[in-house]
Design a protein around this ligand. Sequence first.
Ligand code: SF4
Ligand code: FES
Length: 247
Amino acid sequence: MAEARVLTIRAFRHDPADQGSVPRLQDYTVTEEPGMNLFTALHRIRDEQDPSIAFDFSCRSAVCGSCGMLVNGKPRLACRTLTRDLPALIQLMPMPVFRLIRDLSVDTGVWFRGMNGRIESWLHEARPFDPTAPEERMDQATAEKVYDADRCIECGLCVAGCATAAMRPGFLGAAGLNRIGRFVLDPRDTRSAADFSVLSTGEGVFGCLGLLGCHDYCPKDLPLRERFAYLRRSLAWNLLGLGGRKR
Ligand code: SF4
Ligand code: FES
């Protein structure tokens, strides 16, 4: 049997709340085990070597979206990244764009709350809500597209891997554009693409440089490239008066 690899985990360390803290990289060694993922390796470090290292996690199964970080330069979920797919030297950095809390932990919540507030990320229906009304019917193909968009776990990997988001703080990112697409697709929502005023600006779908890091890194394999094309098309139709308006 091949001998187990000894991994070097090189982790970013910094506490912005501590005036004396100096950003640095710190090395830890961990013996690899079969099926080990980065989540397990980080826990081993925290349990056995250094309880002060900070990182986020919750579900351990690519559902909560908490454990995003840059792994050898690429945005990934720690709980979904197997160490056997990585070299023996693994560098971990916090995701850019989001506010750094400490070490590998960033605040994605504020970013997502801001984005969801900006695009009013809830159903806008023409009729007042009636809890006793029968369920609305939706054709199967449309329902599948809407629920596919709803699979976003708000992990932020698409934002961390996006050149525009790094340069332009107001950019909605793939997560925001996917969210708008979800409401434009939904026949219950009265809004068309043209009703989202940010969409046609540099902070919307036209701000995208087309590098498509989001498409490469999304852990849920959401069809983000197709969503952008759909939004650009819908917007053009709406603005040229060729249809697609819901009201
Ligand atoms: S679109 Fe994909 S990468 Fe972006 S937040 Fe949603 S699940 Fe994460
Ligand atoms: S711990 Fe929930 S997505 Fe990784």
